[in-house]
Design a protein around this ligand. Structure first.
Ligand code: EPU
Length: 422
């Protein structure tokens, strides 16, 4: 198991380029199951979750090329035949997004056997809303030995209102609805850019979808989808993580190849904290930190609100603000696992229920800490970059699930960070 060793205190300067979005690439890959023709994706990030999804699709009989993803992020998938419509536990356990294959498998083959994901570090994360939606489309489920066995004699469009906004739930139902007979109206749908990117991809495969980017999706089912080429959007969470890395080190970092529109809530929050964010050119922002960082309270929300996937990193930044910040996590019930680790580094944070209170400014000092999930790992790296002395972060495999070449990109802008075998 690898660890990171960071020598903090260097302001980051220069330009850093954002990769393709993991959370857009995963549903896009699952969408390959909807057609017997090839799907050609570009800007796919080379991160662990993508390799897991590729293995899963190959297990189902999908042809994938190249065997190893190249820096240009090209990936060709062809589901000419689906031989095993199942997502085994060993794969779902390492990546919950495996559940994204459920809708496409049902729509294409009429059956699916997908392991239940179980809990995860940041919360219970059930899939009841996915199942309820697919049931409305005409799927039947039994749960046995930890697996959901799904069957349908043919999906039919329906009016579905999600009880709660769910990103992968919206994606799963959307993909299934594309091949259902008749019209589906999906209400209270997620509006995340990753959902919109999926809708854009499905449309270019021949699907008839309207309303993406709003909370009501209208899908007119078609009998067949065809192959296409699609470029994955830039990763807004990676972009925002780097913006905060520049800010917490007091440097001046240009973050390029990002979509500023997708970063709206994050940039607004940073401005409230006193940072100057300049849009330099298309797809490039520069962030500079003032002498004093202001505390600015935060509540995570579904898009277009502030993303839960940036809460941990923002908390690291707020340890350096002059005053008290209240951070409320409204999406996941247990997404504060980074708090005790940040406290070990000198932060003053208390948690009560879904709210963390950060009392700044406290100097951070390097320490040995443990990463607990993907975004918590990123928050610890940010803290390590700002800390005095050496920080070691164990279990960086969490970070490798979703950030492409993270330490290399940071090193190129001056960070003293290296990977070591633990
Ligand atoms: N929920 C239910 N029932 C369901 C589905 C969701 O109760 O059937 C609850 C969840 O437990 C949670 C809330 O609804 O409390 C929202 O969860 P959502 O379903 O939107 O999360 P997700 O689709 O499983 C995606 C991202 C996450 C990101 C969340 C929220 C992917 C592959 N994952 O997860 O990304 O945090 O949306 O924006 O798109 C990450 O990249 O680090 C990550 C965790």
């Amino acid at each position: 198991m690898d660890r990171f060793v960071i020598e903090g205190g260097v302001p980051l300067r220069g330009r850093i380029t954002v990769s393709g979005a993991k959370n857009a690439a995963l549903p896009a890959m699952a969408a390959a199951l909807l057609s017997s023709e090839p799907l050609h994706l570009t800007n796919v990030p080379r991160v662990r979750d993508i390799f897991t999804m590729k293995d899963l699709l190959q297990h189902m009989g999908v042809a994938a090329e190249p065997a190893d993803l190249q820096p240009d992020g090209e990936l060709k998938l062809c589901a000419e035949r689906i031989v095993r419509p199942e997502a085994p536990y060993r794969m779902v356990r390492t990546m919950r997004a495996s559940v994204l294959t459920l809708g496409p498998l049902l729509a294409r083959t009429g059956e699916a056997r997908v392991s239940l994901p179980g809990g995860c570090a940041i919360g219970a994360r059930p899939i009841d809303i996915h199942l309820k939606g697919l049931e409305k489309l005409g799927a039947q489920f039994t749960v046995e030995h930890g697996y959901v066995n799904a069957q349908t004699k043919g999906l039919r469009g329906a009016r579905i209102r999600l009880d709660k906004i769910t990103v992968t739930g919206t994606e799963n139902i959307l993909m299934a609805a594309c091949l259902a007979e008749g019209e589906t109206l999906l209400e209270n749908a997620a509006r995340e850019p990753e959902v919109t990117d999926l809708a854009r991809l499905l449309r270019s495969m021949g699907a008839q979808i309207e309303g993406d980017g709003t909370s009501t999706l209208r899908v007119r089912g078609v009998t067949k989808l065809h192959g296409t080429t699609h470029r994955i959007i830039p990763d807004r969470i990676e972009a925002a993580t780097f913006i905060l890395a520049g800010a917490i080190t007091g440097g001046e970092l240009e973050v390029s190849n990002c979509d500023c529109e997708h970063l709206h809530a994050v940039l607004r929050q940073l401005e409230a904290a006193g940072l100057t964010v300049t849009k330099k050119e298309r797809g490039c922002v520069v962030v500079a930190r003032p002498e004093r960082l202001r505390p600015a309270d935060l509540t995570t929300k579904e898009y277009p609100g502030f993303p839960t996937d940036m809460q941990a990193q923002y908390m690291a930044l707020m340890t350096q603000a002059e005053g008290t910040t209240r951070i409320t996590e409204s999406i996941f019930e247990n997404r504060f696992l980074h708090v005790p680790e940040l406290v070990r580094m000198g932060a003053a944070i208390t948690v009560e229920g879904r709210q963390a209170v950060v009392r700044g400014r406290t100097p951070l000092s390097g320490a040995g800490v443990i990463a607990s999930d993907l975004r918590a790992s990123a928050s610890l790296v940010l803290a390590g970059l700002a800390a005095e002395g050496e920080t070691t972060i164990d279990r960086v495999y969490h970070l490798d699930r979703g950030y492409e070449g993270f330490e290399g990109k940071l090193r190129a802008v001056g960070a003293r960070i290296r990977r070591a075998a633990a």
